[in-house]
Design a protein around this ligand. Structure first.
Ligand SMILES: [Zn+2]
Length: 430
């Protein structure tokens, strides 16, 4: 017994010895450019009490993402912490507007406050895995211009709608209101509870509920509802969100990341879900950035689970169109765990299939496929996914990442989510 205790101590020391957990360093950046150029600039640095992110696997990346942030000790060059992310800026770079206009987008990343001088590198990657921009800057932890950030929404003014464990051990997910007035806060709390309950009704979140905390943050907006540019309706809301992002009617996002993180500065938070007080259909989810979803549409709850699949676990959309976009390069392995171009398939879900057989687009029109019942569904290689009907493959006939009416994540998505929860909470074997 004594031997076992000693071993556990050794593991926990090595897991958390890379940095102290007293403070968070908040890094605010502007990503700017156009379709072919990206510039990353530091806007400001802030300091928050406590560190609520990973203390395990802190120097390992689980997903490649569309971008990465890496914190290194300047004396030893050792990676202290790294994380991957996606950003609205990358999505905007694929729009027609980016061909003729330069724009700037806010991005915020949280890293543990280093104990000694450190370097931070932020880099962006394109769909072919090439680095499109990289910026490294120095951080002196005693820099007098690192501003302490605090919010009026302290923990005593928030409500846990689910508490699985202590913030040090569990993953803290903030649910914030957008477009809820002071008088509508009870509606917000009810919506936040329903959101947490909905996510926790899906495996593997259900089985690992003790690893997840959901904290409802009652952010007040001056006006009720959110902006709908298509109808000429603009509202004064806490995070200035609106539909028609990039001129796509249903795409509801906020570009005001600095305001969003200001509101959360005094609570433990690692992931963010923004509930918009509207019955219009829409939303969006961006890896390690946020989920924003309309709370009062009939599809709101399946949609929030789908979008959380994007923002929490980096899952790709498994749906597709005949005239789909070229968001993925067919000669590159996509980093999302639930789609494949067959390049590097071994590291995808090859271990979960019996035979490496492709169910092609035309196979899926045959009675053998169209008459399949759910109990016959098998993990395989199904053509169509990631917005393209050919050349990209999904792992299962359907999934929460494909269809709002399907009540489960497919087995491959379940494994990916499960791995993400473990990555954030358990020291993985070397
Ligand atoms: Zn799936």
């Amino acid at each position: 017994m004594k031997k076992l205790l000693l071993l556990l101590t050794a593991v926990s020391l090595s897991a958390s010895s890379l940095f102290a957990t007293d403070y968070t360093l908040r890094l605010d950046y502007i990503f700017s450019g156009d379709a072919t150029h990206t510039e990353i600039s530091l806007a400001k640095m802030g300091k928050l009490d406590g560190w609520w992110g990973r203390t395990v696997n802190s120097d390992i990346l689980l997903l490649r993402g569309n971008g990465q942030i890496i914190l290194r000790d300047s004396a030893t060059n050792q990676v202290l912490y790294c994380n991957s992310f996606s950003t609205l800026f990358s999505e905007w770079q694929c729009t027609p507007e980016a061909l003729h206009t330069r724009k700037a987008f806010e991005n915020v990343f949280l890293v543990p406050m280093p104990e000694a001088t450190a370097y931070v590198t932020v880099k962006m990657l394109d769909k072919r895995d090439s680095v499109t921009a990289s910026m490294t800057h120095i951080v002196h932890p005693d820099d007098i211009l690192i501003r302490p950030v605090a919010s009026p929404y302290t923990l005593d003014k928030c409500r846990y709608v689910h508490k699985g464990g202590d913030s040090k051990d569990a993953i803290d997910i903030a649910i914030v209101g957008e477009g809820y007035t002071k008088e509508e806060m009870e509606i917000f709390y009810r919506d936040a509870k329903e959101t947490a309950d909905q996510i926790l009704s899906y495996e593997p979140f259900k089985g690992k509920a003790d690893k997840l905390n959901f904290i409802a943050v009652p952010v007040e907006s001056k006006e009720s509802g959110v902006s709908i540019p298509l109808k000429g309706e603009w509202k004064q809301t806490a995070f200035s969100s609106h539909f028609s992002t990039f001129y796509t009617d249903r795409y509801l996002t906020t570009l005001h990341l600095f305001d969003l993180h200001d509101a959360l500065a005094s609570i433990p938070y690692e992931h963010i879900i923004i509930l918009a007080n509207t019955d219009n259909y829409g939303g969006g989810g961006i890896l390690n950035s946020y989920v924003l979803t309309a709370a009062h549409n009939p599809w709101a709850m399946p949609v929030v689970v789908h979008e959380f699949g994007h923002s929490f676990a980096g899952l790709a959309d498994e749906y597709f169109y005949d005239d789909g976009t070229d968001q993925y390069d067919l000669n590159t392995k996509p980093w999302e765990p639930n789609i494949t171009t067959l390049i590097g398939f071994k590291s995808k879900w090859e271990d979960m299939i019996e035979k490496k057989e492709i169910v092609t687009k035309s196979d899926q029109k045959n009675p053998a496929y169209t008459t399949l019942v759910e109990s016959d569904y098998k993990v395989g290689i199904y053509e169509g996914g990631g917005y393209l009907s050919e050349g990209i493959f999904r792992p299962f006939p359907t999934c929460r990442m494909r269809d709002n009416t399907y009540p489960l994540f497919c087995p491959v998505c379940q494994r990916a989510i499960s791995r993400m929860i473990d990555y954030q909470t358990i020291q993985l074997p070397e």
